[in-house]
Design a binder for this molecule. Structure first.
Ligand code: ATP
Ligand code: MG
Length: 376
């Protein structure tokens, strides 16, 4: 498999630390001049020490789609102003279910930057290049029982979904432990996530309490989950949420032709056969997407009323949705076109370097607390 990342020698090790010179980073990845607002933002970042720290991220199992935008990306664009935000590309986690594809790392970086997650405000990091995560995960494995992992509702559900039955890999069962290392290692205060992640954060905090009690140490902190108030964006088939693996999502990088095809194939109201007939809004995918992406809410209410009364056809509403999604995606895709692979790599590499410093602080404390032997 073509591995664009390893070819670029992004590998990072504690022994091979390059100096991260902020001045070496592009002033702006789009080559724009700094505005007063930029300068204000930068000085704001410098005061970020008191801001709460966020860890969030994605597995590089595919490009990001409108569901990700609604469920997490738009929130990250906001949160980077009020929090110290770390966004992890969790490539190790995609080893546990074999969805690993390293070429997606660059695509996801482009997704992030093109929607407005700003490398001046957010630190991007690549999970596999943080050495202390492997070590932390190993220590934490002694703080959880097999039974507790098997009882984790998220894990239980995924075992059923993926049909693992009796062939559950230890790596898969332990991924909540690895996730605990991700969160506690960076000393995150807040983890924005969906309801399905509640058991993961509970498990993380249990590990923190166990560690504190067992080693009489307070070097780890508990994290709180910040639940998204956004309902899940439905897939174009209307059967379940939009998702990569169900092939029912509109991607941020879909071209106009694909976008048109997807919008015009959307599930609407199967009983709405003739334009003059009254139509249903509930369960109608076109209206769900209009709810999320059509800005003129007043006009949207009128459209809904007309559709319910009869007289508004599916083709018409699909055309309206197509136009508004095109207007939404075009500027995002225009930015994407200007993004260079090497800039994405350098942003991720610098972010990983900076995040690694934070993880190192934690691992030093953890080793000391446990009493791990040191030659120094
Ligand atoms: P897969 O099919 O591989 O499970 P996915 O498309 O469901 O992939 P995930 O990587 O599982 O995407 O999702 C990561 C996060 O993105 C979720 O926890 C959620 O916050 C958000 N997300 C994904 N899909 C949606 C959606 N349809 N609506 C809202 N949020 C979503
Ligand atoms: Mg999913």
């Amino acid at each position: 498999m073509h591995n664009s990342f390893s070819e670029q020698n992004i590998g990072f090790s504690a022994k091979n630390k390059e100096k991260t010179d902020k001045n070496n980073q592009p002033e702006s990845f789009l080559g724009q001049n700094s505005s007063t607002q930029d300068l204000l933002d930068k000085s704001h970042t410098k005061q970020s020490i008191k801001k709460k720290r966020i860890l969030t991220g994605d597995r590089p199992s595919g490009k990001l789609h409108l569901g990700h935008y609604v469920g997490s990306l738009q929130n990250r664009v906001k949160m980077q102003n009020s929090h110290e935000q770390y966004v992890m590309i969790a490539d190790l986690q995609s080893l546990t279910d074999e969805s690993f594809k390293s070429e997606n790392i660059l695509e996801i970086m482009k997704d992030y930057i093109s929607v407005g997650i700003d490398p001046e405000k957010t630190t991007f990091l690549l999970q596999s290049q943080i050495n202390s995560l492997y070590e932390l995960t190993f220590y934490y494995m002694n703080l959880v029982t097999l039974g507790r992992l098997e009882r984790n509702p998220t894990i239980k559900e995924e075992i059923l979904q993926k049909g693992y039955k009796d062939s559950i890999k230890a790596g898969f069962l332990c991924y909540p432990v690895s996730q605990s290392a991700d969160i506690t290692g960076i000393q995150a205060d807040v983890v924005p996530a969906g309801k399905d992640q509640i058991p993961m954060i509970e498990q993380t905090n249990e590990i923190v309490r166990k560690f504190s009690q067992q080693y009489n140490s307070n070097c780890l902190r508990e994290a709180e989950i910040l639940l998204s108030d956004q309902p899940k964006l439905v897939g174009i088939d209307g059967k379940s949420k939009a998702s990569k693996s169900l092939n029912n999502a509109i991607y941020l990088s879909d071209n106009e032709k694909t976008l048109r095809e997807k919008v015009f194939s959307m599930y609407t109201d199967p009983d709405h056969i003739h334009v003059h007939q009254p139509g249903k809004i509930e369960g109608n995918v076109v209206f769900s997407y209009l709810d999320s992406f059509y800005e003129d809410k007043e006009h949207l209410s009128e459209l809904k009323e007309n559709y319910k009364k009869g007289g508004l056809g599916d083709i018409k509403i699909k055309q309206i949705l197509f136009e508004s999604l095109r207007a939404f995606l075009t500027p995002i895709q225009n930015i994407r076109l200007q993004l260079k692979d090497e800039d994405m790599i350098s942003i991720l590499k610098n972010g990983t370097y900076n995040a690694n410093i934070e993880y190192e602080k934690t691992i030093q404390e953890v080793r000391k607390s446990i009493g791990i032997y040191s030659f120094d």
